[in-house]
Design a binder for this molecule. Structure first.
Ligand SMILES: *[C@@H]1O[C@H](CO)[C@@H](O)[C@H](O)[C@H]1NC(C)=O
Ligand SMILES: *[C@@H]1O[C@H](CO)[C@@H](O)[C@H](O)[C@H]1NC(C)=O
Length: 499
């Protein structure tokens, strides 16, 4: 299994199903042409046939509209249901010794070997996808997005807030150990992906050696270290009020691991080549993570040194690049979004350029705007919603060419994307396991003993085609960093649609 950038969610706004009416129209046209040469005697027969065709067309149209209607209205309760499932999914990905309150009970304790032979406690954390490797870079990115979801939209989560915080804690518990167990060392991976991917088995049954990988001053990894800093910093904001002592327990290591990332610069795949490439190779390098990590520390600590860091390094670290993909590899659009908040809400002038480039990113998602690119993913929906929230705070709008789009436009677009995932798509299939009447199953051959409720799959190709086949991992493999931003988006939509 490889981990190329995921197939994007396809353009969902493309034409509704008009094919059915089309066939009948041609049939009637042929008949009408022939009609003139028909004997008067036949006329009545055709009149009645014509009437029946029209009736058939009418009925077909009614059916079509009913279907469109049924799929279109995702209710507030549905968003709440999807929210609950999107969080539940994380329990299926848990590694280590499970808690008594584990709700997905088919998952058992796993990977208790504890980095044996390495004498380091790395119990816990998440398996990344359908394999049994704990990959540090995407796990940290997942954690950052989960924390960001709670920071912006936790107030809409109601009875799911504690579950979301638990999901977050499950990875900060691991990341803290990974970052603080040994000085000047960050543990970045447990499990050899090449060996792991040779065999498909449940983590409970694993018996292969659990290799542990690390970065250090001699073998640096600024990308994975700065992402870990971002994750711990963002999580510290989540717990600031509810658990101040845990919050500061997260913030201090976040600052240390950031210093480590900044001081010993390098791509982690230059240190760990074969076990991270071609899985989570750092294609975009580490500058994007350094600026992202610095931005989260700026928000979490309010320490002016991070503002200075951003000011002195922003230019060289991509502040002025326009970039249209926000992913586990490339953080640039996310950083611009995070820093725009300060510009929009607190008029921090130093961040004006980030607002401008954030606008450019948003324009790339709006059909009809000059730079439209339609790269839809749950993380782009999430950025639309956080940006809408920041814009609302000062009644701002996004300028794209000669048009200006208000926050409502961004919300509408994000809602469409999320609805697409939940079943409002040409195939009328829900891409969330266990949600809706008809959802993809991850296995079309034999029954699934363990249904990974809440998992979002990679999604259809650009022509809305989807093949429900485990071997087609690009389309059917779920991943923690796909669900994490959806947690925030679903919380927002569940509140917005009851309002
Ligand atoms: C894991 O390692 C820690 C620290 O060395 C130790 O306290 C703990 O008992 C170990 N757990 C298991 C299940 O081996
Ligand atoms: C690390 O990744 C970059 C980007 O893909 C690549 O250019 C570089 O060769 C990789 N390093 C190693 C040692 O594979």
């Amino acid at each position: 299994m490889g981990y190329v950038l995921r197939v994007r969610f396809a353009a969902f706004f493309a034409g509704a199903a008009i094919a059915s009416a089309g066939g009948l129209y041609l049939l009637r046209k042929d008949y009408q042409t022939a009609h003139h040469s028909m004997s008067q005697q036949m006329n009545d027969v055709y009149e009645s046939l014509n009437g029946r065709i029209s009736e058939l067309e009418r009925l077909k149209e009614v059916e079509r509209l009913k279907e469109v209607d049924a799929a279109k209205h995702v209710e507030a309760t549905d968003y709440s249901d999807a929210l609950e499932k999107s969080i539940l999914f994380f329990e299926g990905q848990r590694s280590g010794k499970l808690h008594v309150n584990q709700r997905l009970t088919w998952r058992g304790d796993s990977d208790l070997s504890n980095g044996s032979g390495y004498h380091v406690d790395l119990l816990g954390g998440y398996y990344d996808a359908e394999d049994n490797v704990k990959f540090g870079l995407p796990m940290a990115f997942t954690t950052t997005l989960l924390a960001w979801s709670v920071i912006e939209f936790g107030s809409f989560m109601h009875n799911q807030l504690d579950n979301a915080k638990d999901a977050l804690c499950w990875s900060t518990y691991y990341l803290l150990k990974a970052a603080t167990t040994s000085p000047n060392t960050l543990y970045v991976q447990v499990g050899d992906p090449v060996q792991d991917h040779r065999c498909w088995e449940r983590p409970e049954d694993m018996d292969m050696p659990r290799n542990v990988y690390q970065v250090s001053p001699q073998k640096p990894g600024s990308d994975v270290a700065a992402e870990t800093a971002a994750a711990l910093a963002a999580a510290s904001i989540v717990f600031k009020d509810s658990d101040p002592s845990y919050s500061s327990k997260l913030l201090h290591p976040a600052q240390e691991v950031f210093d480590f990332a900044d001081k010993y610069r390098g791509r982690y795949n230059d240190s760990l080549s074969s076990v991270v490439c071609s899985f989570y190779c750092s294609y975009s390098g580490y500058n994007d993570e350094l600026l992202w990590g610095g931005s989260w520390l700026h928000r979490a600590s309010q320490d002016s040194s991070y503002l200075s860091y951003i000011q002195s390094n922003g230019q060289t670290m991509g502040a002025n690049d326009d970039d249209y993909s926000f992913s586990w590899d490339d953080k640039r659009p996310g950083t611009k979004n995070v820093l725009s908040k300060d510009f929009l809400e607190k008029s921090t002038q130093e961040f004006q350029a980030y607002k401008v480039h954030s606008d450019n990113y948003i324009c790339s998602l709006i059909p009809g705007s000059p730079s439209f690119q339609a790269q839809y993913t749950p993380s782009s929906s999430f950025l639309l919603l956080t940006y809408a929230k920041y814009l609302r705070s000062n009644r701002g709008a996004v300028p794209c060419g000669s048009s200006r789009f208000p926050a409502e436009k961004l919300v509408e677009l994000a809602k469409k994307q999320v609805d697409y995932i939940l079943g409002d798509n040409p195939a009328r299939i829900s891409y969330m396991v266990g949600f809706g009447q008809k959802f993809q199953s991850l296995n079309s051959g034999s029954p699934n003993p363990n249904v990974l409720v809440g998992a979002i799959v990679g999604g259809p190709d650009s022509r809305d085609n989807f093949e429900d086949d485990r071997n087609n991992y690009q389309q059917s493999e779920p991943d923690t960093y796909i669900n994490a931003p959806l947690v925030g988006a679903l919380a927002f939509l569940s509140a917005e649609s009851t309002a």
